[in-house]
Every structure is written in structure tokens, then in C-alpha cells.
Design a protein around this ligand. Sequence first.
Ligand code: SF4
Ligand code: SF4
Length: 411
Amino acid sequence: MSKFENLKKQWESVMSCMGCGDCGYAIRPAVGRFLTCPIKEAKGEEGFEIWFSRGRMNVLKSILEEKLPLNKELAEFVYQCSECGNCTEVCHQTQNENIVLNTSKWIDHVEVWNALRKDLVEAGFAPLERHAILIEYMNTPEMRNPYGEPKIKKSDWVSEFSNIKEKSDLVFFGGCTMPLRQLDTLKNLMKILEQSGLEIAIADDEWCCGSIALRIGDEKAVLNSIKHNIEQFVAKGAQTVFTACAGCYRTLKKDYPELLGEELPFEVKHITEVLIDLLNNNQIPFNQQEIKPQKITYHDPCHLGRHMDLYEIPRELIASLPGVEIIEMKRNRKNAWCCGAGGGVKSQFADLALNISIERIEEATESGAEILTTSCPFCIGNLKDAYESMDEELKNKIKVIDLIDLIASKL
Ligand code: SF4
Ligand code: SF4
């Protein structure tokens, strides 16, 4: 029998699942809930319990009772979960806000899934093939990013911007996806900050934040990166570190202090929190000559919304843009449908991630919006991949645009 020490610490959570099945079937129009688990719906295999939380919890009960061993086959199922956290929301929410379900109140599902992932890694049944490559790239000295690109590519654009200084109390953490896969968006962000008169610094040698390894359950692979990145930020004079990636934001703001067991010596902000301040101070020089009316809907990245409770600032930012009317999708905020990319799903199970994003784009189209935007490079990458696979009729109805590109188009 393999060890499962991390899972044992989640014993109370696992055993307190009462098997109600809301995490698979809840539809409550009155509170804006229309189903819960993107994996279960994308799989379309009605009744196959391990694709959603109730079945997963039952498997974990069997592991804890030593009736089922950890193994490689189990790992294949476990990693088909985007760790979106939607099961936590529905599990803690009843039809009536005056009814508190004590049995489910304390389950943090993402923590439970992570505990199992850590045990699978420690037992040698994970990482899965593709995940192992990403972690290897992340820890290769010449790369330090999961895309396997030379490290220098992450910052070879810096000299183009006059507002990037040697030191600043405001330090930008670029992450990996935007500089290596969405460079135009990153340059648009720098253009906005430069034209708004905001001076920033960038670490000389930034490493991947480690989000991918943490979601996979390989905590040991990240510990050096945490120390290194913090030293880099402090050396630049950081009072505030900000990032445009929802995954980096969660990792820096929540995981770093939790793993270190101490507060960080700086504040961590998401780009929308920086931009809203600039906008409220009238520092963003919008082009007032060509204001075009636009109906825009916003997709909540799971790592910003359910994981970090940042729902309203991105909406305030969008609603304050010249000419913009913000329209909500049927499922928004705590009930938002995941894009399908997180938790290592996009890298190991690309078609599954794509199918979930297709459903999200269809939902955005139904809202009547002409633009679907979001503020996470990982979400936008998956949504755009899905968009490219969709038919022309739909593409004529809606566009998928990063919030940064949207703002830059209005300068
Ligand atoms: S995880 Fe929560 S919502 Fe799902 S079956 Fe268990 S108690 Fe019900
Ligand atoms: S975290 Fe999301 S994908 Fe995973 S079981 Fe819960 S609802 Fe499904």
C-alpha cells in the first residue's frame, strides 16, 4: 500500500462529503447557478462519478480506508480536473442562504485535490508525461520557464520602454505565458503604463513563479524559485509586485506566504488593481475623439475569482472604459464557468480544455456581447484556441480580446 500522508491531513474534509451530488447536478437559476463541474459536462458520460467531486470524494474515502491503492491509472483521472473551485462554491451554498450545511462547510476541494496530487507525486505515479516535461523546463537553468524557451526571451523587449527603470517600489512580474506566447499584449500593457506616466522596475533574472508545479502537486520543485524570485523583487526595491497573469497572482499572493510560513516583504497586486488606480486618477490618456460603443462581457479567471475573490475590480475597470457597456454572462462571478485550461489540463489533456472553452464562448455569444474579454493570459490563450476551431457564423458574432489589448485600442 502506497503512502498518502497529505491526503490523511484532509481526512475530515473528505469524510464530511455527504454525497448530495450538487457538485455534479446543481441548477439553481435563482442564484445564477447552472451546473458545476466543467470536466463532467465536457466528458458527457452521464453518471461516471469520478469526473466530478462526489465520485472523487468517494474514491478518496476508499483510499483513506485502505481499500484502494494509489496507482498510475488513478493519476490519469485525478489530473482531469481544472481545479476551478466551482465544486467548493456549490458545496457551501444552498438554495436558501439561511440554511448552513455544516457537513460541507469546511471542505476546500482544491486543497483536497492538491493533497492527492502531492501524494501521487511522492509515490512516483505523477507527474504525468507532459507535466514532467514542463517541470523539467521550469527548473533548467537556461530556461526557467515551462515553455522550454531560452530565458533571455522573457525580457529582450525591455529596452523599448522608457518607463522601465533600474529600481522602483513598483516591480512587474511578467510570468512566462505573456512574454513567451503573447508578446504583443505584453507590449500593449507597457505602452499603457508608459503613456500613463507609471515608472516600474523588472527583475533582472525572473524565474517561473512555479504555479504549474504547485497545481501538479510537486511542491519541492518550486521552493528554490520562491526564494530566488523574492530576492530579485527585494533587490529592485519592491514595495508592490504586480502581475498580469491570474495564475502568477494566486501563486505569489497566496502560495508563496503559505509555503514560506511568513508574510512577504511587499504587497502583491493584479494588473487590474494597478490599472483601476490609473484610470480613477485620469492618468490613462484615452482617445476621446473616436469613442466606439461596445458591448463587452467578462470571463472570471478561476485563479482571480473563486481562488482569490477578485470579482469587482476588473468589472469596474471595463465599465469605466470609454464607450463600453458591460454585459454579464448567464454564469458569472462565483458561478462562472471555467475556461478549462487550469490545473494542468491544457498541457496534458488539450482537447478537454478546448471543449470547455468552446462552451464558454457560446455562452458569451448568448449574452449579446460583441467582445469576450478576460484578464489572464492562460484563459485568453485557451479561449482563443477554442475560438479558432469554431465556425465563421459564430466568429462574426463575437471576438475574444485580452482586456489589456482592449484598453490599448482605446489610447
Ligand atoms: S462534495 Fe459537497 S456538493 Fe459534492 S456530493 Fe459532497 S457534499 Fe455534496
Ligand atoms: S475543481 Fe472544478 S473541475 Fe475539479 S472537480 Fe471541482 S468543479 Fe470539477
